[in-house]
Design a protein around this ligand. Sequence first.
Ligand SMILES: NC(=O)c1ccc[n+]([C@@H]2O[C@H](COP(=O)([O-])OP(=O)(O)OC[C@H]3O[C@@H](n4cnc5c(N)ncnc54)[C@H](OP(=O)(O)O)[C@@H]3O)[C@@H](O)[C@H]2O)c1
Length: 214
Amino acid sequence: MYGPPMQRVLIVGASRGIGLGLVERHLADGWEVHATTRDGTSPTGSDVVAHRLDVTDATHLEAMIGALDQPFDRIIHNAGIMRGSRAEIMEVNAEAPIRVLQALLDAGLLVEGGAVAIMTSQMGARRGRTGSLGDYGDSKAALNDEFRTRADSWRDAGAIAVVIHPGWVRTDMGGSNASISVAESAAGITRLLDGLTSSQHGQFLTWDGRQHPW
Ligand SMILES: NC(=O)c1ccc[n+]([C@@H]2O[C@H](COP(=O)([O-])OP(=O)(O)OC[C@H]3O[C@@H](n4cnc5c(N)ncnc54)[C@H](OP(=O)(O)O)[C@@H]3O)[C@@H](O)[C@H]2O)c1
């Protein structure tokens, strides 16, 4: 007897932190996991299909897409940075997620009705303010703005897409005083994506399933 086909997920930025937690969660849940790292090595071993992708490198993106021949049920863009020049932070956090996901959608690499999730941050929520949120906050606010601009066309492309605040998480970025573990954040994000419906398309959600104000 054969069971239903395995669901397939692509996790972008999976070498450590929340991305690695999402890899481990999806493996535990029985998914076929594709994971990207900057050097192309698998973060866990042979249980994952690894792809080389520095999200700022268009040739990596083109090569990865050329090597993919089946669409994913779920794509999660997790890669992000907090340190570096303003230009670097804007490129990795705001420009790359949109460029990577647009290219994957254009290549037909998401199933109809598949989920797309981008890791944003509560620090990118303007809540009506107009001043600077700092380089990191500004980058996530710019990501959120462009996500909202593309939401209609991504729906037309068959995606159910959301941006997610993963919580304040104990990672290299979040630091050891953060409030939740990688496993808690990854379990919450996975639970929310498992239950995602088309009525949630275009929303800003938190790791524990609440709507976040823009
Ligand atoms: N931790 C928190 O409390 C928190 C809160 C709000 C939002 N977030 C967001 O959640 C996401 C994950 O955060 P984290 O805490 O897990 O961070 P992290 O521990 O610093 O890990 C960042 C990940 O992004 C990857 N990455 C960075 N630049 C990249 C590039 N140019 N190309 C490809 N991959 C790149 C890193 O790969 P390398 O190992 O190669 O550097 C690593 O896998 C980020 O988008 C972050 O902004 C985190």
